[in-house]
Design a protein around this ligand. Sequence first.
Ligand SMILES: Nc1ncnc2c1ncn2[C@@H]1O[C@H](COP(=O)(O)OP(=O)(O)OP(=O)(O)O)[C@@H](O)[C@H]1O
Length: 342
Amino acid sequence: MIELKDISVDFDGFKAVDKVSLKIEKADAFGIVGFSGAGKSTLVRCINLLQKPTEGEVIVNGEDFLKLSDKELRKRRKKIGMIFQHFNLLNNLTVIDNVIFPIRKDQKSKKEKLEKAQKLLELVGIGDKANSYPRELSGGQKQRCAIARALASDPEILLCDEATSALDPKTTKQILALLQEIKDKIGLTIVIITHQMEVVKDLCNKVAVMQDGKVVEEGTTLEIFSNPKNKLTKDFVETSTNVNQTIEEVKNNISALGPDESLVKLSYVGESTTEPVINEIYEKFSIKTNVLAGNIEFITGTPVGNLIVTFKGDKEKIDQAVEYLISGGTNVTFLGDSNGIL
Ligand SMILES: Nc1ncnc2c1ncn2[C@@H]1O[C@H](COP(=O)(O)OP(=O)(O)OP(=O)(O)O)[C@@H](O)[C@H]1O
């Protein structure tokens, strides 16, 4: 549905976006992650040509946007809503008038527009705030109003630029749940720029990681969380799982390991929960497992687990047990033994 082909954006010789190609399918919730200045906003603004790329093609629903006339482009843009970190509401208009604003020139009667706006306010959960002014709303309510306004033109695509960055964690969860609900209800395609991996985890089915204007890694959210390859992706995933921090804490607090003990990290994806595996390696190899720390998360419904354990037993048997675990799809990282902790 959205295809960005070899997009580059050059600001006076500085490449803010550098040959990026992305495919976003209908009803995807596509996350774009990266540090400040990575080029996320510039890239996303190319989708509705608020930013004209210096090079490349922007294909939306099979149409080459760069070949459209200004009039045609204005019409297509109406089907692409946008919400922002700082809401960008018009402060001198009431909440309902903010929602009507993008459709104020439509061929409908005033009554129809009011009814539509009120329905949208109900949908986003602030039906009772229609006659309030933005200054009378909380941050979460302001973003709800901005979402209602973005939906007024019946968009097929919603671009969200750090839409939850100014909100506290609880309100962030509520807004993400609302976006998910709307997405499911009207089949909206969502492109969401964020530096919060929690946002990706809660809402997105796919994610691209940007650095210095380039996409350095992309995949399904499950792939990115369970098996990040790029160093930056690993750092981002770590911010939400804290596995490395947990490992450091375990290492700092563990007393010396015995000659028959090894410290390892077990990582797995999917239904192969470790409990039966731990029982099996005890039965097969007489290896005793002691779980020191663990974290299991559900990414788009699939469990992703990280356990820090000690194995106790004959060295050769531990090696066999590790091989057995790896052959069953568990990732095993050796962290130390009686000779020292890595
Ligand atoms: N209109 C512009 N003129 C010149 N440079 C620009 C312009 N817009 C963005 N840049 C530069 O392009 C780079 C990418 O900016 P962009 O806003 O796309 O990054 P970002 O990843 O969205 O960052 P943030 O998360 O801080 O919004 C930055 O170095 C920025 O200073």
